[in-house]
Design a protein around this ligand. Structure first.
Ligand SMILES: [Zn+2]
Length: 311
């Protein structure tokens, strides 16, 4: 059986800070879960993050307070944490004095979300994300599936989340179907579906997503559309706590890397994982950049165009 961990990056709403919405699934064989979980934990422990959640968006950003602390690099982790706590306390006092509640609120949120990582310099945090991306890139038995939507190119009235969800789930299902076909071709029994090629969706239990998915599931069940077609996927998506589940955190890293590639042209993390997107006959089929009728020169669109031409 395959577990497919779903995560998103950016928001599906128009007019938000992000131009793209990414929905990504990272599928791994259930039998390989222990080994992969262990390897991720080894990397995390090396950075003093044994029990911490890897929240890529917060790890990747600059911590301006760090840059104000003299000789930060030369301190040990305990000293770094103490210096950062002091620096951040001062920033909060300053923000409170301005009496604009918004600034204070956003600082507090930022500090809480990044508290686990303040003992690492920006260079160390970059290295951590690179190591994790390389680790995922080395998982030959894992597959990535993603829909990257350039939001303004989506026709009005279309539910971006729903479209992306349907695309990713369908691609995961296609992968399972292909594997099942190969199994039968190798002489396996063709009655029933092998449990090896069934799939289960696992999703981070954050409020926004849970609400979106629940509404969608209700619709699918009611209309009997998508789930009737994707019979290799069992159950409805299971929700887990991302702070406790390393694999959801790895899907989060992949979704982040994918969004930064399409939005900002950042290739460092994306290139480390691109080889894991599902391929068929040497063609990349696991990811699509949705740009409507627009011409896009990115390598994912170029690869898709190249495929069409050779058909
Ligand atoms: Zn493109």
């Amino acid at each position: 059986m395959y577990f497919c961990y779903l995560d998103e990056s950016g928001t599906p709403q128009l007019g938000a800070q992000t131009s793209h919405f990414i929905l990504l699934g990272m599928a791994i064989p259930a039998a390989a879960w222990h080994q992969k979980d262990r390897r991720v934990n080894v990397i995390k422990a090396r950075y003093g993050l044994k029990d911490a959640e890897i929240h890529t968006g917060y790890i990747a950003r600059r911590f301006p307070e760090q840059e104000h602390i003299a000789n930060f690099e030369k301190m040990n982790p305990t000293q770094r944490r103490a210096a950062m706590a002091q620096e951040r306390k001062n920033s909060l006092i300053k923000a409170a004095a301005l009496k604009t509640g918004d600034r204070l609120k956003s600082l507090k949120k930022q500090y809480a979300k990044s508290a686990d990582y303040i003992h690492l310099t920006h260079a160390e945090r970059t290295k951590l994300l690179q190591e994790l991306a390389d680790e995922i890139g080395s998982w030959n038995d894992a597959r990535l599936f993603a829909e990257a939507v350039d939001k303004v190119t989506m026709p009005p009235g279309v539910d971006i989340f729903e479209k992306a969800f349907e695309q990713v789930v369908t691609r995961f299902h296609t992968f399972l179907t292909k594997r099942e076909g190969e199994r039968v071709k190798r002489g396996g029994s063709s009655t029933g579906i092998s449990v090896d090629n069934q799939g289960l969706l696992i999703q981070d239990n954050n409020q926004t997503v849970a609400k979106n998915i629940t509404a969608l599931m209700r619709k699918f069940h009611h209309q009997g559309t998508l789930w009737a077609k994707v019979d290799r996927i069992i159950e409805t998506p299971l929700f887990v706590d991302s702070s406790l589940t390393s694999m959801v955190q790895m899907a989060d890293l992949c979704a982040y890397a994918t969004r930064r590639f399409f939005e900002n042209g950042e290739t460092d993390l994306f290139d480390r994982i691109i080889g894991r997107f599902d391929q068929a006959g040497g063609r990349i089929v696991g990811i699509r950049h949705y740009v409507g009728g627009k011409n896009c020169a990115c390598k994912v669109c170029a690869a898709h165009r190249g495929q069409k031409k050779t058909k």
